[in-house]
Ligand binder design. Structure first.
Ligand code: ASP
Length: 599
């Protein structure tokens, strides 16, 4: 070994001992005769002092050290002089008085400093990812990611799950996104697809009698990269036989509680996880990914607002839209600049506008509200009685601000749920160390695709309808709810799962409801239908995003921050410069010809 001690280890108890450390020169400072360096390895920093009295040679060589050079140093651990201790550093009470220095490698000046919270553009970070990953924050994220998967392996193994690797080169298994495809050299004109998830494979493993499967699986989806998506992501994929929805949820609840407790010891969690039906979540929060760390729930005031003289309210109500809103507590004194900012925010989410009604805190109560207590751009169209009714319905008191949006139902929900999160951020209602997990269940089985004018599976085509809704499958598919559930945490979707269809005929019927032809069914799903004819047990499972989970645990906004080698927003890897053209010879071997798009 090049070292017998890690840089982050020595404490006062080590004073007097002779040690050898190795790592990267983090910083060098020359103080007259003495040269100091902070030496860094994965465990932390150690201050080294080169004193010519102890070794002239080491001191001379130390003068030439530069940032990020790789060195090995031997010396004696000494107590720092009084006043020179660094309480911010775990090793801050001591330093290493060097007697030997070996330069193991030199380094070019790095393109950016190895420190957290530096301003570097993303492309540069990703091009030099091997240096970026030296930053403590990135090291911490990668280690925590490892810990999380370690806990998953441990926990699931103890619960009788078997880890199975499923192929990366498979056949297209449509799950809603576009496939990445790989041309076959041996079979000209034929292609493999990379799995969007191991969905069909894990269901086949249930038919095989495995009963409990899991995999930390890579999933590939060729989507237009919306915010914070990656072409490949990792998920904890699992499947269980002979289970109901509650059994699947219970396993995840136990596992995720353990992950939070073990990886974020000062983190808190709401147990048991909250359960909301999809309908309830939409009604109370305007989204199926509610952040439950704060209140500010939505209220529907269509009927009350429509009785006011405000035209916009009347016309939205008569055209079947909705008027909804929530209370920003204590914001009744917001000035023009603040309300303008919120209006701009609402418009960016698609709203036509945002209606404010501010209630002055001098009002004694809502019952005693007077005209003077009310401030609103729509004030002349709102009687005091209507404002009182609105306030009562929405739960507003003196000093509060009512935020109201009118429009098509879906839009109103989107705007208000975004605005609710924004208000929570502004009001600092968000506790970064609280993990508010919730189950959203009873999703509709289908979504109506307005462009294609047909029903699409809301999740994927393998989820089962609730038995009591089977009667609407052909007549009114929009009414059918599914045994389909999502796990959400702090406003993000953590994963989806369902109890699957295990009956061959029902699965075939589902395919045809969403418009697959007989040929498409047998071509894409023949293997599954055949397997279902040979004794498929009832089964269900989930796919839970690992990247998002780790991001939430370490407090990062973007999943790129917890993936070792991610792609940019335009699906490019600046380090390897992928994607890239391949040689003509490779193309020929693959029987592929490139036709560039006309620009
Ligand atoms: N395969 C699904 C997905 O990746 C998850 C599941 O239903 O298990 O979203």
């Amino acid at each position: 070994m090049y070292k017998d001690t890690n840089c982050g280890e020595p404490r006062e108890s080590a004073v007097g001992s002779q040690i050898t450390v190795a790592g990267w020169v983090h910083r060098r400072r020359d103080h007259g005769n003495l040269i100091f360096i902070d030496l860094r390895d994965r465990s932390g920093l150690l201050q080294i002092v080169f004193n010519p009295e102890y070794s002239q040679t080491a001191h001379d060589l130390a003068g030439s050290l530069r940032s990020e050079w790789v060195v090995q140093i031997t010396g004696k651990v000494v107590r720092r002089l009084p006043g020179a201790e660094n309480p911010d550093l775990p090793t801050g009470a001591v330093e290493l008085s060097a007697t030997d220095l070996v330069v193991l490698n030199r380094a070019l000046t790095p393109p950016f400093e190895i420190a957290d919270d530096i301003e570097v553009d993303e492309n540069t970070r990703l091009k030099y990812r091997f240096i970026d990953l030296r930053r403590p924050r990135m090291q911490r994220a990668l280690k925590l990611r490892h810990e999380v998967t370690h806990i998953m392996w441990d926990f699931l193994t103890a619960k009788g799950f078997t880890q199975v690797e499923t192929p990366i080169l498979i056949k297209s298994t449509p799950e809603g996104a576009r496939d990445y495809v790989v041309p076959s050299r041996i079979h000209p004109g034929e292609f493999y697809a990379l799995p969007q998830s191991p969905q069909q494979l894990k269901q086949l493993l249930m038919v095989s009698g495995l009963e409990r499967y899991f995999q930390i699986a890579r999933c590939f989806r060729d989507e237009d990269l919306r915010a914070d998506r990656q072409p490949e992501h990792t998920q904890l994929d699992f499947e269980m036989s002979f289970v109901h929805q509650d059994d699947v949820m219970a396993i995840v609840e136990e596992l995720y509680s353990r992950i939070v407790h073990e990886t974020v010891p000062d983190g808190t969690i709401s147990a048991p996880f909250v359960r909301l039906t999809y309908a309830e979540s939409m009604d109370r929060f305007g989204t199926d990914k509610p952040d439950l760390r704060f209140g500010m729930e939505l209220s529907t005031v269509t009927e009350i607002a429509a009785r006011s003289d405000a035209r916009v309210f009347q016309s939205v109500a008569s055209s079947g839209g909705s008027i909804r809103g929530f209370i920003a507590p204590g914001c009744g004194n917001y000035g023009r600049r603040q309300t303008d900012e919120l209006t701009e925010f609402a418009k960016q989410s698609g709203a036509q506008g945002l209606v404010f009604i501010a209630l002055d805190e001098s009002a004694e109560s809502i019952e005693k509200l007077e005209d003077d207590h009310i401030k609103s751009p729509l004030k002349k169209f709102l009687s005091v009685e209507i404002v009182r009714e609105l306030a009562t319905k929405m739960g507003a008191g003196p000093g509060d601000l009512m935020l109201i949006v009118a429009g098509a139902n879906r839009l109103v929900n989107t705007v208000l749920s975004n605005l609710r999160n924004e208000m929570a951020r502004r009001l600092e209602f968000v506790d970064e160390k609280h993990f508010a997990f919730a189950w959203i269940y009873d999703f509709p089985l289908f979504d109506w695709d307005e462009d294609l004018k047909k029903w699409e599976p809301a999740h994927h085509v393998f989820s089962s309808p609730k038995p009591e809704h089977m009667q609407y499958l052909d007549t009114d598919p929009g009414k059918v709810l599914a045994n389909l559930f999502d796990l959400v945490c702090n406003g993000s979707e953590m994963g989806s799962g369902s109890i699957r269809i295990h009956d061959r005929d029902l699965q075939a019927r589902m395919f045809s409801i969403i418009g697959y032809t007989e040929d498409q069914i047998s071509e894409r799903f023949g293997q599954l239908l055949t397997a279902f004819s040979y004794g498929a047990p009832p089964h269900g499972g989930m796919g839970l995003g690992l990247d998002r989970l780790v991001a939430i645990l370490v407090g990062e906004q973007a999943i790129r921050e917890v993936i070792a080698f991610p792609k940019t927003q335009s699906a490019v890897d600046p380090l390897f410069e992928a994607p890239s053209p391949i040689t003509d010879q490779q193309l020929e071997e693959l029987h592929v010809r490139v036709v560039m798009p006309r620009s």
